[in-house]
Design a protein around this ligand. Sequence first.
Ligand code: FAD
Length: 347
Amino acid sequence: MIETDALVIGAGPVGLFAVFELGLQGIAAQVVDVLDEPGGQCAALYPDKPIYDIPGVPLCTGRELTRNLLLQIAPFSAGFHFSQQVEALARQPDGRWLATTRIHPHTQQQFLARTVVIAAGVGAFVPKELKVEGLAAFQGSQLFYRLKPDDVFAGKHVLIVGGEDAAVHSAIALAQAGAAQALSVTVLHRRDVLQAPPEELAKFAALRSAGRISFVAGQVSSIQTSGERLTGVAISTPDDQSLTLALGGLLVCQGISPKLGPIADWGLAMERKQLVVDTASFATSAPGIFAVGDVIAYPGKKKLIVSGFHEATLAAFAAAALIHPEASNVLQYTTSSAVLQQRLGVL
Ligand code: FAD
């Protein structure tokens, strides 16, 4: 159980900036995201695309914005908890909020927070599942949706399903680790056209020519098992043939999609799948819970990063009024306030 003054749900650009504004208010935060890295949509959907409408930054990519936000919030030493989804949020008798997260497949983490800032964007980004009867039972043992840094695939023949960046990147990484880990790699995609940055496609082609990656065009139709082991998949090819591919490990990289998921079950007022907020404070219908960024709706709301930054600023002021009711609410500038500069670690 981690106790905190503020729990930020979502490490997208708005969640990260909320950490900054909370930090200026003297509030330390813990941040949870179901993704395995910060940046939300900027990192997951457009890391290399240009953004032109961040104030004072004429041009940056999604990845650069994330990196700069992380630099900006570094003085506040927030705790980051990735690869876990906040599932439940329940009010405790003392007014604090108990958040329970799930870390796949069976572990949970709990946070006891005085305030919660929901910056959940368009929802939790979760991998698109390969829906084949009986397959889900192997998740975590032989079936994975993300390439893990450990050697779960060592000594195995690995089948990678997918044809975009993550599939190509994972195939290259595994093929390059292949000799050391005695594994072999086959990529299965519905047709022999892959989509990834040109330099990755060039590496992939070189490894394929060298026989270190095999490629098969087709789609999985069923699984084959022996006892408790997944041993292979049956596939149908574009010309309607049926083939069997043996495997020891299965990595499915079919992309990610946002799911609002459990937020809808937390008893907060919502309108058309978005949280309703008071625009003076970005408070939700529950005391101590604020919401900012793409997850909220109010008249005139624009789903832009700059709007989320404003919302996070007002939410942090409102959280401070709850956590430090005795503190002066005179507005201070980072330019001249000794208190703010001490919090920023520059004085
Ligand atoms: P998100 O970025 O969606 O982050 C939310 C995070 O919360 C995600 O990481 C998600 O995994 C996590 N999360 C959700 N639920 C849970 C849960 N229960 N537990 C744990 N984690 C959870 N905006 C601009 O201003 N300028 C642009 O040029 C621009 N270009 C864009 C280009 C593209 C292709 C797209 C798709 C969007 C663009 N946007 C742009 C919009 C901008 O990216 C969003 O407005 C912004 O990302 C919203 O930030 P956020 O932090 O609210 O949400």
